[in-house]
Write a protein that binds this ligand. Structure first.
Ligand SMILES: *Cc1c(COP(=O)(O)O)cnc(C)c1O
Length: 222
């Protein structure tokens, strides 16, 4: 019993329909995903392209696959046929490659721009200037992508005050660009909050959380 169904129900109840839960299943077997699928859960997040492709081939076709890891341009083509939302977009060149592969697949692919909000160096993402540059660039050629919102990861820290400030920073950026509404960009999704900090994220206005270890147990990396 590695999937915590009680925790799942508890989180769903806590969200009360006001925010969406993405179950982060990276490193976990397809069988674990099936357990939540059988409870009618459809949104799952994966970080690694190869692993995502394998799970996609094994599991029901109506799953919404969220790619939440760092995506390399040369791997976009493998997930473009089926990915539901790409979270970690952090450059215009990646956006262009997603557009190209989406066009080949005759799809529009939804994307989130990842913002660097943590104090740590290791986390990917755009700063506010880079975000401004992308959003004010001429995106009209990119007819096969849609920027649907922003995502960010707070510092991995016990300093809840710091985490809160980082989420507030992201929320303010989200609000700033919400009035911007073009065919290629409509800010609707504010994706922040993980197992350790999702309650703070929700207080700060998150409408989509990404939860892994609370649902599937701690991950083991080899
Ligand atoms: C792994 C991961 C998560 C889930 O982390 P937990 O702390 O296990 O909930 C969420 N978001 C991203 C981007 C991740 O890489």
């Amino acid at each position: 019993m590695s999937v915590n169904k009680e925790k799942y129900q508890e989180i769903i109840k806590y969200l009360d329909g006001k925010a969406k839960l993405i179950a982060v299943s990276k490193t976990k077997p397809a069988d674990d995903i099936q357990v939540l699928y059988n409870l009618d859960h459809r949104d799952f997040g994966e970080n690694y392209v190869q692993e995502l492709i394998e799970k996609y081939s094994l599991l029901p076709r109506d799953i919404h696959w969220h790619f939440i890891g760092h995506l390399q341009s040369n791997k976009v083509k493998y997930i473009a046929p089926f990915v539901y939302l790409i979270h970690g977009v952090d450059s215009l060149s990646l956006l262009k490659e997603i557009n190209k592969q989406a066009l080949k697949n005759n799809r529009i692919i939804d994307c989130l721009l990842q913002i660097h909000i943590a104090k740590e160096e290791t986390k990917f993402g755009l700063n506010s200037d880079e975000l401004e540059v992308i959003l004010t660039d001429d995106l009209t050629e990119l007819n096969n992508i849609r920027i649907c919102g922003l995502m960010g990861m707070a510092s991995f820290s016990n300093n809840l005050g710091l985490v809160k400030l980082e989420f507030q920073y992201l929320k303010n950026l989200f609000k700033k660009y919400t009035p911007l509404s073009t065919a290629q960009c409509q800010m609707q999704i504010l994706c922040m909050g993980m197992s350790a900090d999702y309650k703070i994220a929700l207080e700060e206005g998150s409408n989509t959380i990404r939860i892994g270890s609370l649902l599937f147990g701690e991950r083991q990396y080899t």
